[in-house]
Design a protein around this ligand. Structure first.
Ligand SMILES: [Zn+2]
Length: 351
């Protein structure tokens, strides 16, 4: 079968590899749809793990298959697996955890001592024809789901978890910095989860337009000061919750932190590669909370599936293009790193 594998920095190849086979407790899925994530772009340029890395729970050396947002149909069910049948449309939960450490015991499987990711550090990936995953990573999708919406569960779970971390009250005001795929996902989840006004700051006109069409109050940070705007809109107090989904340093973290009301929460949902400057005195004086949001748990995954099933979340507007697996590198990853940066949101890949 065809699979996009990482051989080194900026060296991904569509290799012909043997089809994986289901074993006891696992399920083989014929991938129907895979989303390209911002982290795939970063993993393409700077792989997270060396090619000879073997994750203790996954147990597979590289070259590792790339891609972790996926839906598909069950092709084979391993011994001892119940409640999953051949032909079921499923979403694959790509995180692995040991289920025994203190974090897992608290239900925080995203913070597991031995956490890992299928499609990043082995265990197959979304940019291929088949994947075999543990049965506990398989979510059977309810009636009404399509392969496309199934592949969007994962990125929306990232946003859903971040909104949970923000503790935004019902009807509260949110401020989202950046309207990339995560920022737009945050906007959809905030609306679905009962936030009131959502202000989005984004320099790209195309992305601002998209955010506005999803019901956001949008501003161009090059034209208006987002902090002044938030204070003005919220009786001088600022936002109840804010999100840095851009990760550009002081220029994005600063406004997210400054635009917050006393006692509000700012959530970092972007990969940072360096420090920012902020004065902790403000934390003491205002009880603002700064936290991060890393991936999601099974509970978040299931909540997103429910929200899509009952129509609270309508994620298809995030999809800007469909391509074939054979074109994933040039038409997908390289496009998103190049001229598609400001025009594409989510590209879906079908084998
Ligand atoms: Zn654990």
């Amino acid at each position: 079968m065809l699979a996009l594998r990482m051989h080194g920095p900026s060296d991904a190849r569509l290799d012909d590899i043997p089809e994986p086979q289901a074993g006891p407790g696992t399920v083989k899925v014929r991938i129907a749809c895979a989303g390209i994530c911002g982290s795939d772009l970063s993993l393409y340029e700077h792989p997270a793990v060396p090619i000879d890395f073997v994750h203790p729970l996954i147990g597979e050396a590289g070259p590792h298959v790339l891609g972790h947002e996926m839906s598909g149909h069950v092709a084979e069910v391993g011994e001892g697996v119940e409640g999953i049948a051949v032909g079921d449309l499923v979403a694959v939960f790509p995180m692995v955890d040991d289920d025994v450490c203190p974090a897992c015991g608290r239900g925080e499987t995203n913070l597991c001592d031995q956490g890992g990711f299928l499609g990043v550090m082995g265990g197959g990936g979304a940019f291929s024809e088949y994947i075999v995953a543990p049965a506990r990573n398989i979510f059977v999708l309810p009636e009404g789901f399509t392969a496309d919406t199934g592949a969007l569960v994962e990125p929306l779970a990232v946003a859903y978890h971040a909104v949970e971390q923000s503790r935004i009250p019902a009807g509260g005001t949110a401020f989202v910095v950046g309207a990339g795929p995560i920022g737009l996902g945050l906007l959809l989840c905030l609306k679905a989860m009962g936030a009131g006004r959502v202000v989005v700051s984004e320099p790209s006109a195309g992305r601002r337009e998209l955010a506005a069409s999803f019901g956001a109050d949008v501003i161009d940070p090059g034209e208006k000061d987002p902090v002044a705007y938030l204070l003005e809109r919220n009786g001088g107090r600022g936002a109840d919750a804010s999100f840095d989904s851009a990760g550009m340093g002081d220029s994005t973290f600063g406004p997210a932190y400054q635009a917050l009301r006393k006692g509000g929460t700012t959530v970092v949902v972007a990969m940072y590669h360096g420090p920012v400057s902020s004065n902790p005195a403000e934390l003491m004086l205002t009880e603002k909370v700064c936290t991060g949001s890393y991936a999601y748990t099974r509970k978040d995954f299931a909540a997103v599936i429910d929200a899509i099933a009952d129509g609270r979340l309508a994620p298809m507007s995030l999809v800007t293009n469909h391509i074939q697996l054979a074109d994933v590198l040039d038409g997908g990853i390289k496009t998103l790193l190049g001229e598609g940066r400001n025009t594409e949101v989510k590209i879906l890949v079908t084998p």
